[in-house]
Design a protein around this ligand. Structure first.
Ligand code: SAM
Length: 307
Protein backbone atom coordinates (compact mmCIF):
# COMPACT_ATOMS: atom_id res chain seq x y z
CA UNK A 1 0.00 0.00 0.00
CA UNK A 2 1.06 3.60 -0.51
CA UNK A 3 3.01 5.39 2.20
CA UNK A 4 2.52 8.91 0.79
CA UNK A 5 0.37 11.13 3.02
CA UNK A 6 -0.31 14.62 1.80
CA UNK A 7 -0.64 15.85 5.42
CA UNK A 8 3.19 16.04 5.58
CA UNK A 9 3.29 18.33 2.55
CA UNK A 10 0.10 20.39 2.83
CA UNK A 11 0.75 24.09 2.30
CA UNK A 12 4.29 23.60 0.96
CA UNK A 13 5.63 25.57 -2.03
CA UNK A 14 4.19 23.01 -4.45
CA UNK A 15 0.72 23.48 -2.95
CA UNK A 16 1.11 27.26 -3.19
CA UNK A 17 1.83 26.91 -6.92
CA UNK A 18 -0.80 24.24 -7.60
CA UNK A 19 -3.61 25.87 -5.64
CA UNK A 20 -2.94 29.39 -6.91
CA UNK A 21 -3.16 28.10 -10.49
CA UNK A 22 -6.22 25.98 -9.67
CA UNK A 23 -8.10 28.92 -8.13
CA UNK A 24 -7.22 31.28 -10.98
CA UNK A 25 -8.36 28.72 -13.59
CA UNK A 26 -11.59 27.88 -11.73
CA UNK A 27 -12.51 31.51 -11.22
CA UNK A 28 -12.20 32.21 -14.94
CA UNK A 29 -14.35 29.17 -15.76
CA UNK A 30 -16.99 30.14 -13.19
CA UNK A 31 -17.55 33.47 -14.88
CA UNK A 32 -19.91 31.62 -17.26
CA UNK A 33 -23.33 30.61 -15.93
CA UNK A 34 -23.35 27.10 -17.48
CA UNK A 35 -22.64 24.27 -14.96
CA UNK A 36 -19.05 23.14 -14.49
CA UNK A 37 -17.92 19.64 -13.46
CA UNK A 38 -14.61 19.35 -11.63
CA UNK A 39 -12.91 15.95 -11.46
CA UNK A 40 -10.09 15.65 -8.91
CA UNK A 41 -8.40 12.32 -9.70
CA UNK A 42 -6.13 12.33 -6.61
CA UNK A 43 -7.97 14.25 -3.92
CA UNK A 44 -6.14 13.54 -0.64
CA UNK A 45 -7.85 14.04 2.72
CA UNK A 46 -9.36 17.43 1.88
CA UNK A 47 -8.41 19.35 5.03
CA UNK A 48 -5.10 19.42 6.92
CA UNK A 49 -3.83 20.77 10.24
CA UNK A 50 -0.92 23.17 9.91
CA UNK A 51 -0.31 23.06 13.66
CA UNK A 52 -0.48 19.26 13.93
CA UNK A 53 2.15 16.52 14.06
CA UNK A 54 2.44 15.90 10.33
CA UNK A 55 3.03 19.53 9.32
CA UNK A 56 5.26 20.07 12.37
CA UNK A 57 7.46 17.08 11.52
CA UNK A 58 8.05 18.07 7.91
CA UNK A 59 8.21 21.85 8.40
CA UNK A 60 7.16 22.21 4.76
CA UNK A 61 4.23 24.58 5.33
CA UNK A 62 6.56 26.84 7.32
CA UNK A 63 8.56 27.27 4.10
CA UNK A 64 5.40 27.59 2.03
CA UNK A 65 2.03 29.12 2.80
CA UNK A 66 3.00 30.20 6.34
CA UNK A 67 5.70 32.46 4.94
CA UNK A 68 3.02 34.27 2.98
CA UNK A 69 0.34 34.39 5.67
CA UNK A 70 2.63 35.28 8.56
CA UNK A 71 0.07 34.09 11.12
CA UNK A 72 0.33 34.44 14.89
CA UNK A 73 0.73 30.64 15.33
CA UNK A 74 3.80 30.61 13.05
CA UNK A 75 6.79 29.58 15.14
CA UNK A 76 9.54 30.71 12.73
CA UNK A 77 11.79 33.29 14.38
CA UNK A 78 11.11 36.75 12.97
CA UNK A 79 14.76 37.22 11.93
CA UNK A 80 14.59 34.18 9.61
CA UNK A 81 11.49 35.32 7.79
CA UNK A 82 11.75 36.78 4.34
CA UNK A 83 10.06 40.10 3.65
CA UNK A 84 6.33 39.46 3.99
CA UNK A 85 4.43 40.31 0.84
CA UNK A 86 2.84 43.70 1.27
CA UNK A 87 0.83 43.58 -1.91
CA UNK A 88 0.41 40.14 -3.38
CA UNK A 89 -0.52 40.01 -7.06
CA UNK A 90 -4.27 39.38 -7.54
CA UNK A 91 -3.94 35.62 -8.23
CA UNK A 92 -1.77 35.12 -5.14
CA UNK A 93 -4.03 37.38 -3.07
CA UNK A 94 -7.06 35.27 -4.01
CA UNK A 95 -5.23 32.11 -2.91
CA UNK A 96 -4.24 33.63 0.43
CA UNK A 97 -7.73 35.01 0.98
CA UNK A 98 -9.20 31.57 0.36
CA UNK A 99 -6.80 29.87 2.80
CA UNK A 100 -7.55 32.58 5.39
CA UNK A 101 -11.29 31.95 5.02
CA UNK A 102 -10.73 28.48 6.58
CA UNK A 103 -9.09 30.05 9.64
CA UNK A 104 -9.78 32.51 12.42
CA UNK A 105 -8.41 36.00 11.92
CA UNK A 106 -4.63 36.09 12.28
CA UNK A 107 -4.30 32.30 12.51
CA UNK A 108 -3.36 29.55 10.09
CA UNK A 109 -4.20 26.22 11.67
CA UNK A 110 -6.16 24.65 8.81
CA UNK A 111 -5.08 24.18 5.22
CA UNK A 112 -7.69 23.38 2.56
CA UNK A 113 -6.65 20.80 -0.03
CA UNK A 114 -7.86 20.82 -3.61
CA UNK A 115 -11.33 19.29 -2.78
CA UNK A 116 -12.14 22.04 -0.30
CA UNK A 117 -10.64 24.81 -2.39
CA UNK A 118 -12.79 23.70 -5.31
CA UNK A 119 -15.94 23.15 -3.28
CA UNK A 120 -15.54 26.61 -1.74
CA UNK A 121 -15.67 28.17 -5.21
CA UNK A 122 -18.38 26.06 -6.84
CA UNK A 123 -21.94 27.26 -7.32
CA UNK A 124 -25.14 25.26 -6.83
CA UNK A 125 -25.24 24.14 -10.45
CA UNK A 126 -21.69 22.72 -10.44
CA UNK A 127 -20.47 19.21 -9.57
CA UNK A 128 -17.32 17.84 -7.94
CA UNK A 129 -16.05 14.26 -8.29
CA UNK A 130 -13.28 13.30 -5.87
CA UNK A 131 -11.12 10.19 -6.21
CA UNK A 132 -8.97 8.96 -3.32
CA UNK A 133 -7.49 5.48 -3.03
CA UNK A 134 -5.67 5.55 0.34
CA UNK A 135 -8.11 3.97 2.85
CA UNK A 136 -7.29 6.39 5.70
CA UNK A 137 -7.32 9.53 3.55
CA UNK A 138 -10.49 8.37 1.74
CA UNK A 139 -12.21 7.89 5.11
CA UNK A 140 -11.06 11.32 6.31
CA UNK A 141 -12.11 12.91 3.02
CA UNK A 142 -15.54 11.29 3.27
CA UNK A 143 -15.99 12.54 6.84
CA UNK A 144 -14.76 16.05 5.96
CA UNK A 145 -17.05 16.29 2.94
CA UNK A 146 -20.02 14.93 4.93
CA UNK A 147 -19.72 17.95 7.26
CA UNK A 148 -20.38 20.25 4.32
CA UNK A 149 -23.82 18.72 3.76
CA UNK A 150 -23.18 19.31 0.08
CA UNK A 151 -25.59 16.51 -0.88
CA UNK A 152 -25.28 15.30 -4.45
CA UNK A 153 -23.02 18.13 -5.51
CA UNK A 154 -19.89 16.34 -4.26
CA UNK A 155 -19.13 12.64 -4.77
CA UNK A 156 -16.25 10.81 -3.08
CA UNK A 157 -15.09 7.73 -4.98
CA UNK A 158 -12.70 5.28 -3.31
CA UNK A 159 -11.39 4.16 -6.66
CA UNK A 160 -8.35 4.50 -8.89
CA UNK A 161 -8.51 8.03 -10.30
CA UNK A 162 -6.60 6.95 -13.39
CA UNK A 163 -8.95 4.02 -13.88
CA UNK A 164 -12.42 5.42 -14.19
CA UNK A 165 -12.44 9.22 -13.94
CA UNK A 166 -12.84 9.58 -17.71
CA UNK A 167 -16.38 8.17 -17.33
CA UNK A 168 -17.45 11.68 -16.26
CA UNK A 169 -16.24 13.14 -19.55
CA UNK A 170 -17.79 14.91 -21.25
CA UNK A 171 -20.31 16.06 -18.62
CA UNK A 172 -23.82 17.02 -19.84
CA UNK A 173 -22.95 20.75 -19.80
CA UNK A 174 -19.74 20.01 -21.77
CA UNK A 175 -17.72 22.13 -19.33
CA UNK A 176 -15.16 20.43 -17.08
CA UNK A 177 -11.87 20.95 -15.32
CA UNK A 178 -9.82 17.88 -14.40
CA UNK A 179 -7.05 18.09 -11.79
CA UNK A 180 -4.54 15.23 -11.85
CA UNK A 181 -2.23 15.42 -8.87
CA UNK A 182 -0.78 12.00 -8.04
CA UNK A 183 1.90 11.51 -5.41
CA UNK A 184 4.32 10.05 -8.04
CA UNK A 185 5.32 7.61 -5.34
CA UNK A 186 5.21 4.97 -8.05
CA UNK A 187 7.41 5.61 -11.09
CA UNK A 188 4.50 4.43 -13.25
CA UNK A 189 2.43 7.48 -12.15
CA UNK A 190 4.21 9.61 -14.79
CA UNK A 191 3.23 7.35 -17.68
CA UNK A 192 -0.24 6.78 -16.23
CA UNK A 193 -0.78 10.55 -16.00
CA UNK A 194 0.13 11.04 -19.65
CA UNK A 195 -2.04 8.07 -20.72
CA UNK A 196 -4.94 9.36 -18.63
CA UNK A 197 -4.77 12.85 -20.19
CA UNK A 198 -4.50 11.31 -23.69
CA UNK A 199 -7.63 9.23 -23.07
CA UNK A 200 -9.49 12.17 -21.51
CA UNK A 201 -8.62 14.45 -24.42
CA UNK A 202 -9.87 11.82 -26.85
CA UNK A 203 -13.22 11.64 -25.05
CA UNK A 204 -13.56 15.36 -24.45
CA UNK A 205 -11.24 17.58 -26.45
CA UNK A 206 -12.38 20.88 -24.95
CA UNK A 207 -12.00 19.96 -21.25
CA UNK A 208 -9.51 21.90 -19.15
CA UNK A 209 -6.78 19.49 -18.01
CA UNK A 210 -4.45 20.49 -15.18
CA UNK A 211 -1.54 18.31 -14.10
CA UNK A 212 0.84 18.91 -11.19
CA UNK A 213 4.24 17.18 -11.28
CA UNK A 214 7.48 17.32 -9.25
CA UNK A 215 10.67 18.60 -10.87
CA UNK A 216 13.24 16.15 -9.57
CA UNK A 217 16.32 14.50 -11.08
CA UNK A 218 14.42 11.60 -12.64
CA UNK A 219 13.95 11.15 -16.40
CA UNK A 220 10.21 10.43 -16.11
CA UNK A 221 9.65 13.76 -14.32
CA UNK A 222 11.37 15.72 -17.11
CA UNK A 223 9.60 13.70 -19.77
CA UNK A 224 6.05 14.29 -18.46
CA UNK A 225 5.63 17.98 -19.43
CA UNK A 226 7.15 17.20 -22.84
CA UNK A 227 4.62 14.40 -23.35
CA UNK A 228 1.74 16.65 -22.29
CA UNK A 229 2.91 19.37 -24.66
CA UNK A 230 3.03 16.86 -27.50
CA UNK A 231 -0.48 15.67 -26.66
CA UNK A 232 -1.81 19.24 -26.69
CA UNK A 233 0.01 20.13 -29.89
CA UNK A 234 -1.17 17.00 -31.72
CA UNK A 235 -4.75 17.71 -30.63
CA UNK A 236 -4.35 21.33 -31.78
CA UNK A 237 -5.13 22.61 -28.28
CA UNK A 238 -3.58 25.52 -26.37
CA UNK A 239 -1.41 24.76 -23.34
CA UNK A 240 0.25 26.57 -20.44
CA UNK A 241 3.23 25.43 -18.38
CA UNK A 242 4.22 27.13 -15.11
CA UNK A 243 7.10 26.03 -12.89
CA UNK A 244 8.34 27.23 -9.52
CA UNK A 245 11.80 26.47 -8.15
CA UNK A 246 12.63 27.31 -4.55
CA UNK A 247 16.11 25.80 -4.19
CA UNK A 248 18.89 23.82 -5.80
CA UNK A 249 18.30 20.12 -6.52
CA UNK A 250 21.93 19.28 -5.68
CA UNK A 251 22.64 16.80 -2.89
CA UNK A 252 24.48 18.73 -0.16
CA UNK A 253 27.77 17.34 1.19
CA UNK A 254 27.67 16.11 4.82
CA UNK A 255 30.58 15.21 7.16
CA UNK A 256 29.63 11.50 7.02
CA UNK A 257 29.95 11.56 3.22
CA UNK A 258 26.36 10.32 2.80
CA UNK A 259 25.09 13.64 1.42
CA UNK A 260 21.77 15.26 2.23
CA UNK A 261 18.89 15.28 -0.24
CA UNK A 262 17.37 18.73 -0.53
CA UNK A 263 13.68 17.75 -0.39
CA UNK A 264 11.42 18.84 -3.25
CA UNK A 265 13.20 21.74 -4.99
CA UNK A 266 10.67 22.59 -7.70
CA UNK A 267 7.41 21.62 -9.32
CA UNK A 268 5.25 22.43 -12.31
CA UNK A 269 1.65 22.78 -13.42
CA UNK A 270 0.79 21.88 -16.99
CA UNK A 271 -2.59 22.92 -18.40
CA UNK A 272 -4.27 21.96 -21.64
CA UNK A 273 -7.04 24.32 -22.78
CA UNK A 274 -6.18 26.91 -20.08
CA UNK A 275 -8.69 29.69 -19.66
CA UNK A 276 -7.96 32.73 -21.75
CA UNK A 277 -5.84 35.39 -19.90
CA UNK A 278 -4.58 32.89 -17.31
CA UNK A 279 -0.92 33.39 -18.27
CA UNK A 280 -1.17 37.16 -17.77
CA UNK A 281 -2.69 36.65 -14.33
CA UNK A 282 -0.16 34.09 -13.23
CA UNK A 283 3.05 35.87 -14.28
CA UNK A 284 3.16 38.48 -11.46
CA UNK A 285 2.03 35.90 -8.88
CA UNK A 286 4.77 33.47 -9.94
CA UNK A 287 7.38 36.21 -9.80
CA UNK A 288 6.38 36.96 -6.19
CA UNK A 289 6.35 33.26 -5.21
CA UNK A 290 9.88 32.90 -6.57
CA UNK A 291 11.06 35.74 -4.31
CA UNK A 292 9.01 35.08 -1.20
CA UNK A 293 9.37 31.29 -1.18
CA UNK A 294 13.05 31.24 -2.17
CA UNK A 295 15.25 28.97 -0.06
CA UNK A 296 18.45 29.74 -1.93
CA UNK A 297 19.76 31.65 -4.95
CA UNK A 298 18.47 29.04 -7.40
CA UNK A 299 14.85 30.10 -6.88
CA UNK A 300 12.92 31.22 -9.95
CA UNK A 301 9.92 30.54 -12.15
CA UNK A 302 9.08 29.84 -15.77
CA UNK A 303 5.87 30.46 -17.64
CA UNK A 304 5.35 29.30 -21.19
CA UNK A 305 2.25 28.92 -23.27
CA UNK A 306 1.41 28.05 -26.80
CA UNK A 307 -0.99 26.43 -29.24
N1 SAM B 1 -4.84 16.99 -4.79
C1 SAM B 1 -4.61 17.06 -3.35
C2 SAM B 1 -4.52 18.52 -2.95
O1 SAM B 1 -4.06 19.34 -3.77
O2 SAM B 1 -4.91 18.85 -1.84
C3 SAM B 1 -3.37 16.31 -2.93
C4 SAM B 1 -3.28 14.93 -3.46
S1 SAM B 1 -1.86 14.01 -3.00
C5 SAM B 1 -0.58 14.78 -3.86
C6 SAM B 1 -2.10 12.54 -3.92
C7 SAM B 1 -3.20 11.63 -3.35
O3 SAM B 1 -3.51 10.62 -4.30
C8 SAM B 1 -2.79 10.89 -2.08
O4 SAM B 1 -3.73 11.17 -1.07
C9 SAM B 1 -2.83 9.39 -2.47
O5 SAM B 1 -3.31 8.56 -1.43
C10 SAM B 1 -3.81 9.40 -3.62
N2 SAM B 1 -3.65 8.34 -4.63
C11 SAM B 1 -2.53 7.70 -5.01
N3 SAM B 1 -2.78 6.91 -6.07
C12 SAM B 1 -4.09 7.07 -6.37
C13 SAM B 1 -4.94 6.57 -7.41
N4 SAM B 1 -4.48 5.72 -8.33
N5 SAM B 1 -6.23 6.99 -7.46
C14 SAM B 1 -6.71 7.87 -6.54
N6 SAM B 1 -5.95 8.38 -5.53
C15 SAM B 1 -4.67 7.98 -5.45
Amino acid sequence: MFSYRHAFHAGNHADVLKHTVLIAALERLLEKEAPLTVVDTHAGAGLYRLDGDYAGTSGEAAQGVLRLLNPSNDTQPAAKKPAVPEEPAPALARYLELVRSFNRAGQARVYPGSPFITQHLLREQDKLKLYELHPTDARTLDANIAQLEAGRQVAVLREDGFGSATKFLPPPSRRALVLTDPSYELKTDYARTAAFVAEALKRFATGVYTVWYPIIPRPEAHELPRRLKTLATKAGKPWLHATLTVKSSKIAATPDGQGKRPGLPASGMFLINPPFTLAEQLRPALAQMAVWLAQDRNAGFTLEHGG
